[in-house]
Design a protein. Structure first.
Length: 250
């Protein structure tokens, strides 16, 4: 694209190897950013995504990182800062998702969900903050419509994302005026690797039928919302933007 809006800037996307994270990483690369993406187990997918970003003429790197681990997060942030020399944009995307009846949830299931979905973004943002403050940077958290609406079969997931939404708003106040912090909250997003899963197909059809736009979303549509927060004036902060086709209106 002419005059890429993120040319010369560097971005870090947690969980950027697959699905929404991959779409965000590619979109930011196409917008001119140098992109680092973290992975925990999807090394080959992360390296493939990084290679695709480099084909746009940008720098890219895949970094192993467990967002649940303070030491792992600290090491990853240091590696990215050393490679790119700056960090302008953090996308907290890495997340866990699980369906389970609330009455049978174990303490381990509850804690594991919050460990990744809420504590992870806190740790990554805290470690990235000094670098972001140097350049008046941005943070975009990936929340969920589930953090705004009660999904009975996903109670621990919904609660963890609701906590992330509040964390977004508290970060926006705490990190201002140098760093803006916003959140993109997707509704139901479809992925091609779900096509062989009968349960996932049935659930996707149910959500699509309830959505005013009569379809579910795509990862690229979430990425477009992230790009908006990444490229606006920076005066927008503390906002939670639903990308859900109107599903949240029901």
């Amino acid at each position: 694209m002419p005059n890429p809006p993120l040319q010369g800037k560097s971005a870090l996307i947690t969980g950027g190897a697959r699905r929404i994270g991959r779409d965000i990483a590619l979109t930011l690369g196409q917008a001119g950013a140098n992109v680092a993406l973290t992975y925990r187990t999807s090394q080959s997918e992360a390296e493939q995504t990084a290679s695709e970003i480099e084909s746009f003429g940008c720098k890219a790197m895949a970094v192993e990182c467990d967002v649940r681990s303070e030491d792992s997060v600290r090491s990853a942030i240091a590696e990215v800062a050393a490679r790119f020399g700056r960090l302008d944009l953090l996308i907290n995307n890495a997340a866990a998702f699980e369906s389970a009846p609330l009455e049978t949830l174990t303490l381990q299931q509850w804690d594991a969900m919050f460990e990744t979905n809420t504590r992870g973004p806190f740790l990554v943002a805290r470690e990235a903050l000094p670098h972001l403050r140097e350049v008046d940077g941005r943070i975009v958290n990936i929340g969920s419509l589930g953090g705004m609406r009660a999904w009975a079969g996903h109670a621990h997931y919904c609660a963890s994302k609701a906590a992330l939404h509040m964390l977004t708003q508290t970060m926006a106040k705490a990190f201002a005026p140098e760093v803006s912090v916003n959140c993109v909250a997707p509704g139901w997003i479809e992925f091609t690797d779900d096509e062989s899963d009968a349960g996932a197909i049935a659930e996707a059809l149910r959500f699509a039928a309830r959505t005013p736009m009569r379809r579910n979303g795509t990862g690229s549509e979430v990425a477009e919302a992230v790009l908006f927060f990444a490229t606006n004036s920076g005066f927008i902060t503390g906002q939670i933007l639903s990308v859900d086709g109107g599903l949240g209106l029901n």
